[in-house]
Design a protein around this ligand. Structure first.
Ligand SMILES: Nc1ncnc2c1ncn2[C@@H]1O[C@H](COP(=O)(O)OP(=O)(O)OP(=O)(O)O)[C@@H](O)[C@H]1O
Length: 444
């Protein structure tokens, strides 16, 4: 038995039972709800990872349910099943946060495939929900280098030219891609992100380009690719340096002809999509080694942007400290904290190999474990203080866990054991909350 919990929301009981059976055979835990209202009740008391919902149901449609689920817990993945999969419905559902959609009538293997693909994505993203809405579009740019980059983003946003973003891991490449989309005339259309290294070649191929019914064994109905779903908007291809020669060739054709054919299809579909790619690899080096196509590299590299590593723009640190302290304090309900001058000096002399993401994680950690209002040098991890790792690291982890357990117990008590409210209060996703309740054996 695996630990993925799936809720099937479907008013046709026989179909729901069939899906349940096939998923259980694959080792999943599956629950049933005959309508949206029941589904929300089940969500309240169970830790659900994936919801598979029909669209057309009495009282509450699958789209309404999707919107409610996302407002309760945005980390729950939703797969839509519909007999009415127009491009518009699919785009709306994806825009509202659905992970995937399946056209009815479908073969049960398609459901299993969609669930496995979704599982791949959420396992990769299973981190504390950082409640990003207020902060996600905030791009700190105090340093001259970042100011220059922001100027460039403003300049290029309105065009449809392909953008290639390079920079080390965690520097903010995705944030830049989103900023370009948000500043463009395409902002009301989808921004579709694809992590090219997360999926094996065949899955990535069908995910990007879609397929026609019968294109290959298991293709029981037509499926739109991410390029089509991004129509009128932007597609962000992250980790582009990792794509295989086959995908490179197909991508080159899309870039040259601005059209595609679904796998197994003969109809040519015109595309109006802005392409932004990113990688932390040295693409030129991959080209010179013959691993990455030169012609594709030139097509992608129309507007190159470089996001500098954090160590080369230390002027951004002060503002980043402020933003991340404020963000984490809000999420963890920790009141206002400040960094001591000594702690700041240590942070400023660190080299930041993991860049802004590493800084964000460190700030979160010190906010959670520090009791007083002032974060001192001694609260920082050893690697920042340039000390050898010793048992302090373990002490810190234990300390963090006990703080976490206490915070969860307190929040549950204050919210009369209402898990949704307690998760919101503490800034955890419901899924993480359920896992932690089990981990610390907290009885409600
Ligand atoms: N200039 C910035 N201002 C505020 N937050 C930032 C900035 N740059 C990055 N961040 C934050 O740091 C984290 C990492 O950024 P992001 O995911 O965009 O990096 P990335 O370069 O795409 O990483 P990867 O190479 O791993 O894909 C995110 O939470 C992002 O919001």
């Amino acid at each position: 038995m695996c630990d993925t919990n799936i809720l099937i929301v479907e008013d046709e009981r026989n179909l729901a039972l069939l899906i349940k059976r096939v998923l259980e055979k694959e080792g999943y835990n599956a629950l049933l709800a005959e309508n949206g209202k029941k589904a929300l009740e089940i969500l309240e008391i169970n830790s659900i990872d994936i919801i598979i919902t029909d669209i057309k149901m009495p009282e509450m449609t699958g789209i309404e349910l999707l919107s409610k689920i996302k407002s309760v817990d945005s980390s729950i993945e939703v797969i839509i099943m519909t007999a009415f999969a127009t491009l518009e419905t699919a785009i709306n559902a994806i825009k509202m946060g659905a992970r995937d959609y399946i056209r009815k009538p479908f073969n049960l293997e398609e459901i299993v495939k969609a669930v496995k693909k979704t599982e791949l994505v959420f396992k990769e993203n299973d981190f504390i929900n950082t409640n990003q809405s207020d902060f996600e579009n905030l791009m700190v740019s105090t340093s001259p280098k970042m100011k220059e980059l922001v100027k460039m983003i403003d300049k290029i946003s309105k065009s449809v030219a392909t953008v290639y973003i390079n920079g080390e891991t965690g520097v903010g490449k995705e944030l830049v891609a989103r900023a370009i989309h948000e500043n463009s005339d395409r902002k009301d259309n989808p921004f579709i992100k694809v992590n090219c290294s997360a999926l094996p070649e065949t899955l990535l191929e069908s995910e990007l380009f879609g397929y026609e019914k019968g294109a290959f064994t298991g293709a029981y109905s037509q499926k739109l690719g991410r390029f089509e779903l991004a129509d009128g908007g932007t597609i962000f291809l992250d980790e582009i340096g990792d794509i295989s020669p086959l995908i490179q060739l197909k991508l080159l054709r899309v870039l040259q002809q601005k059209e595609l054919e679904r796998l197994g299809g003969t109809t040519t579909i015109p595309l109006d999509v802005r392409i932004i790619t990113a990688t932390n690899k040295n693409l030129e080096e991959l080209v010179s080694k013959g691993v990455f196509r030169k012609d594709l590299y030139y097509r992608l590299n129309v507007i190159p942007l470089f996001v500098p590593p954090l160590r080369d723009r230390l002027e951004d640190l002060e503002e980043l400290f402020e933003i991340f302290i404020s963000k984490t304090s809000t999420i963890h309900q920790k009141g206002c904290k400040i960094l001591s001058e000594e702690a700041k000096t240590c942070l400023k002399s660190y080299k930041w190999p993991g860049n802004v993401r590493e800084l964000e994680n460190i700030i979160e950690r010190v906010i959670v474990i520090t009791d007083g209002n002032v974060i001192g040098k001694e609260d920082l991890p050893d690697r920042i203080l340039n000390l050898k790792k010793d048992s302090n690291e373990n002490k810190l982890i234990n300390l963090k866990e006990s703080v976490e357990e206490e915070a969860i117990r307190k929040a549950l008590k204050e919210c009369n054991n209402n898990i949704t409210k307690a998760s919101e209060k503490i800034g955890l996703s419901r899924r993480s909350m359920h896992r932690k309740i089990n981990k610390y054996n907290i009885q409600s």
